[in-house]
Design a protein around this ligand. Structure first.
Ligand code: PMP
Length: 415
């Protein structure tokens, strides 16, 4: 049954034209139906529309280190499930503050060398809720936001309705111009990311912190694509660059390198206490299941003491970039573990992605507008320590053949 016309409005047509618009632009998304295989990351079994199954290798997971399949994480989750059951049973305020959530927050705070940490349902919610709430806590706040900030930061900044200025991506001169033009006595916040997920470039943390300090602004850093992956203990680029102190609020996910799900901020105790007390997106929602927080805790503890995982991860990324470049595949310049390959239009990006999957059992999702600007559609590879040489050989050979087949430009392109 469809809702069709109700009263004078044709609801079904409105929904259909919204879908058609996306389809016409060549960016209609079809989700791959994947069953990950326990302990065998990055292998998975994909179910086709006709119900048949195909073995494949995932090349675009944000489970960057395979921690979502790590025995210590799985055991911690099973043990917690056995010990305390499934759900948290309430919001944090009303019976949902579980032991493993409290322990995880303490662990996260110490990881980032902050006084306190606060868990949220996801990284998206952490950004959205915190950035909205800061505007209630700090009346007159002016936010300076990098132009490539994630949708969740943009949503949080917009929702609060404060004065905001977008600075050109990673452009400190532009940021300084904007900061200098703002009233000296207004509270200010510079919101930015460390590793930008679609281009793989890394912000100048020390430079941004210096500017923020010069103009009396707080720093808010999203380390979603860096936590677990950079720094001696994996606390992120702020740790790698020795500037943990200069970041006032760090925001991260538990869903990528940590391998589970959830998000958090870490900051001074008074900042966390204020956000905890004011943020709707924290207060009015059921807290994370204890098995999940127990798994994240095991993961963080493992990551802190296993720098060799980070070394192996960087090595795999460097090797894949080199191998693509040697094959003339236009890998975009990236300073990080993210390996973006330029295609330049959504039709080819989808065609290559479909053929990689169907013909070669290689799964990489095309990245289209609005995630990246139109005309810069790409394939985004995220090699992990678990992607072995054989998998890489098959990937590079398949990409080489498809680049010829689809007649896509081989010239290296600037990001
Ligand atoms: N920030 C950035 C930069 C992200 O890329 C993402 C997710 N892709 C998020 C925040 C949201 O994190 P989560 O997936 O935990 O909601």
């Amino acid at each position: 049954m469809t809702c069709g016309v109700i009263g004078r409005f044709d609801y079904t047509s409105a929904f259909q034209s919204a879908v058609d618009q996306v389809r016409d632009e060549g960016r209609y998304r079809v989700f791959a139906d994947l069953k990950r295989v326990r302990g065998q990351f990055p292998k998975a079994v994909r179910r086709r529309e006709d119900g048949s199954e195909q073995d494949c290798v995932i090349w675009c997971s944000n489970d960057y280190l395979g921690m979502g399949q790590h025995p210590e994480v799985l055991e911690a989750m099973s043990a917690e499930l056995d010990a305390v059951g499934a759900g948290a049973g309430g919001t944090r305020n009303i019976s949902g503050t579980t032991r493993s959530a409290v322990d995880l927050e303490a662990e996260l705070a110490s990881w980032h060398q902050k006084e306190a940490a606060l868990l949220f349902t996801s990284g998206y919610v952490a950004n959205e809720a915190t950035l909205t709430t800061l505007q209630s806590i700090l009346p007159g706040l002016i936010i300076f936001s990098d132009s490539l900030n994630h949708a969740s930061m943009i949503a949080g900044i917009r929702n609060g309705g404060c004065e905001r200025h977008v600075f050109l991506h990673n452009d400190l001169a532009h940021l300084e111009t904007l900061l200098a033009a703002a009233p000296a006595d207004a509270p200010k916040l510079v919101a930015f990311e460390s590793v930008y997920s679609m281009d793989g470039d890394i912000a100048d943390l020390a430079g941004t912190i210096a500017l923020a300090r010069k103009y009396g602004a707080l720093t808010y850093l999203d380390e979603v694509h860096a936590v677990g992956l950079y720094g001696a203990t994996g606390a992120g680029v702020a740790e790698r660059d020795g500037v943990l102190d200069g970041i006032d609020i760090v925001e991260c996910t538990l869903g990528k390198a940590i391998g589970v799900m959830g998000g958090y901020i870490a900051a001074d105790a008074v900042i966390v206490d204020a956000v905890r007390s004011w943020a709707s997106g924290f207060i009015f929602t059921t807290s994370l299941p204890p098995a999940l927080t127990a798994g994240a805790l095991a993961s963080v503890r493992h990551l802190k003491t296993h720098p060799e995982l980070r070394d192996a991860h960087q090595e795999r990324a460097e090797t894949l970039k080199r191998r693509f470049a040697e094959a003339g595949i236009p890998v975009m310049p990236s300073e990080s573990h993210i390996v973006p390959v330029f295609v330049g239009n959504p039709v080819h990006a989808k065609m290559i992605s479909d053929m990689l999957l169907e013909d070669h059992g290689i799964y990489v999702q095309p990245i289209n507008y609005p995630t990246v600007p139109k005309g810069t559609e790409r394939l985004r590879f995220t090699p992990s320590p678990n992607h072995d040489d054989g998998m890489m050989d098959r990937l590079v050979t398949a990409m080489d053949a498809l680049w010829t087949h689809c007649n896509v430009a081989r010239m290296p392109v600037a990001a």
